[in-house]
Design a protein around this ligand. Structure first.
Ligand SMILES: [Zn+2]
Length: 296
């Protein structure tokens, strides 16, 4: 009997320490999974918040993380298609391959903008399924969080109640912050700006700010002095107040455009870890606060 108990205790210790291993592409998804899963999960992101999620250098450490993963969270819509598929293939882990419960593209949980029926590559880097930059809309992040909670329950059914409670608490936090962000942004509805890459449309929908153009002449195509002066001609009359962009894009032509247009160039974080942000709520806080500071 004593031996049996001893083994039972050992087993309990082993089970209690075996966490669900969640690997995400962008760090925001790891953060949300951690908020929901608490100590039932351990999370790691393949990208840092300062990296361009369209491109990444596959590293052996990424493959090791994927090899041990129980759940892979990706954005989807081909955002990661340039670098993730070879890593998934090389990881030798069937759990995280498409079709299995351990593979979750979170784009399935949100209403998408800019869906296209046919895509002509001459239009630039356009994603057929829709624009993939949806995670910076906190309303959509609520839906993603719900989807992640369901996904965690599918691979760890014993944790159902814990994941549901974790989601509820995080969703309440998000809702309170959303009310706060909306109140701060409300006086600026309809104000105009220029984006560098077309990565802000979901946030613009949330904030009710309006984009009058992009510094990139086509998605994924670097601007030139002549494309930027053409843009200036086109949007001068709209008097955009801001140029917004991520830190990983070049700033020289955006700065030139901003000077000539009389706008402020504002570099914003779009992923956890950029500009010292520690979690998703801090990312949106920073975006909202920096934007309104330039509009007040
Ligand atoms: Zn993009």
């Amino acid at each position: 009997m004593r031996t049996y108990c001893f083994i039972a205790v050992l087993l309990w210790a082993f089970c209690a320490s075996a966490k669900v291993r969640v690997v995400s592409t962008i760090p925001d998804l790891a953060d949300v999974a951690q908020q929901i899963g608490g100590d039932r999960v351990e999370t790691v992101a393949l990208l840092r918040g300062t990296q361009d999620p369209h491109f990444a250098d596959p590293k052996p450490s990424m493959m090791v993380a994927l090899n041990k993963a129980d759940l892979l969270l990706s954005v989807g819509l081909e955002l990661e298609q340039g670098w993730l598929p070879p890593l998934m293939q090389g990881a030798r882990n069937n759990k995280i391959l498409p079709g299995n419960a351990g593979y979750l593209e979170v784009s399935q949980f949100v209403p998408l903008l800019e869906k296209r029926t046919n895509v002509d590559r001459s239009e630039g880097d356009i994603h057929k399924g829709g624009n993939p930059h949806f995670w910076i809309d906190p309303e959509r992040m609520r839906l993603i969080a719900k989807g992640i909670s369901t996904g965690l329950q599918a691979i760890d059914p014993e944790g159902k109640a814990a994941y549901e409670a974790g989601f509820k608490a995080y969703d309440a936090q998000l809702q309170a912050k959303i009310a706060d962000w909306k109140a701060k942004l409300a006086p600026h509805q309809g104000k105009k700006l220029v984006e560098y890459h077309r990565s802000w449309i979901y946030f613009l929908e949330f904030s009710r700010l309006v984009s009058v153009g992009e510094i990139e002449p086509k998605p994924g195509v670097e601007p030139s002095p002549s494309s930027v002066s053409a843009l200036l001609e086109r949007v001068r009359q709209e008097q955009p107040r801001l140029v917004i962009q991520e830190a990983y894009y070049p700033q020289n032509l955006s700065r030139l455009f901003a000077q000539k247009a009389g706008a402020a160039l504002v570099i914003l974080p779009t992923m956890v870890g950029a500009q010292g942000t520690k979690n998703y709520i801090e990312v949106i806080d920073s975006m909202v606060n920096q934007i309104i500071a330039h509009l007040n």
